[in-house]
Ligand binder design. Structure first.
Ligand code: ZN
Length: 59
């Protein structure tokens, strides 16, 4: 009767402008592509959002 439940989880990939370090985190409301979102964790540069994508999980 019931098919497998699928949920889509959105992720945001941040990339530091200065050192190029990438970080993947869960998408939060207000994330916009190429916006500066947070401070880099390994240098004093700013990380901007490089990619937003969704992953489908089957339950
Ligand atoms: Zn950096």
């Amino acid at each position: 009767m019931f098919s497998k439940q699928k949920i889509t989880i959105a992720y945001t990939v941040e990339k530091c402008i200065k050192c190029g370090m990438k970080r993947k985190r869960k998408f939060v409301n207000g994330d916009v592509l190429f916006a500066e979102s947070s401070k880099c964790t390994s240098c004093d540069g700013m990380a901007s959002i490089e990619k937003i994508f969704g992953e489908i999980l089957e339950k």
